[in-house]
Design a protein around this ligand. Structure first.
Ligand SMILES: CC(C)(COP(=O)(O)OP(=O)(O)OC[C@H]1O[C@@H](n2cnc3c(N)ncnc32)[C@H](O)[C@@H]1OP(=O)(O)O)[C@@H](O)C(=O)NCCC(=O)NCCS
Length: 169
């Protein structure tokens, strides 16, 4: 993701979330500055059609809605803050490919975590994430509707095998 992608990223966000969940342009730009290596986009013939914002964090931590990223010096977890695919590109495996792309580069981290919103727990389960506990109740409460902390181990027992669909070209 580059700063020049900002307008297109905001358009995807607007198409995917209600007004109460829109995050400000300045926060989006600050995240790219803080964690550019783990903020990525996908493009189709009309331009940016999906994005994933992530950063190195610690297990159990939750980023409140609208907060800037604070990458952890002693990170053990790749925290996926926001994944969105424009409706025109749904169902093509883009979300899975964005997540697997970052996870493949998460060397040295033992887990990936996120907050599932908008009834997406089933989607995240498909990608190997499971509900888990977080002590960050205030941060979870910053999300409208049900917000569920979920974790996928990246090392040790319980690591999911790559599925056939994640190997699609
Ligand atoms: C959720 C979202 C990212 C999925 O994007 P997508 O590109 O259509 O998803 P994919 O095509 O990569 O699907 C990956 C897998 O999840 C499954 N899946 C997709 N949406 C699902 C859902 N709502 N519930 C359960 N499974 C789902 C697919 O069937 C696919 O399974 P497979 O690989 O075993 O065939 C997209 O619908 C979206 O942007 N929603 C709005 C924003 C949002 O809520 N983001 C999540 C915030 S936590």
């Amino acid at each position: 993701m580059r700063a020049a992608d900002l307008d297109a990223v905001l358009a995807v966000q607007a198409a995917c979330y209600p007004p109460a969940m829109q995050e400000a342009a300045a926060v989006v730009l600050a995240r790219v500055s803080a964690a550019g290596d783990t903020c990525i986009v996908a493009e189709d013939d009309r331009g940016v059609c999906a994005y994933l914002f992530a950063y190195p964090s610690t297990l159990g931590m939750v980023t409140p809605l609208g907060a800037e990223f604070a990458p952890a010096a002693d990170a053990d977890t790749l925290y996926l803050h926001d994944l969105a695919v424009a409706p025109r590109a749904h169902g093509r495996g883009l979300a899975r490919r964005l997540v697997e792309h970052l996870l493949a580069r998460a060397q040295g981290l033992s887990a990936s975590a996120l907050v599932s919103v908008q009834d997406t727990a089933g989607f995240w389960t498909t990608l190997g994430y499971r509900p888990a506990n977080s002590a960050c109740a205030d941060a979870l409460a910053s999300y409208p509707g049900e917000a569920r902390y979920m974790v996928r181990p990246l090392t040790g027992p319980g690591v999911p095998s790559p599925s056939c669909s994640s190997l699609r070209p």
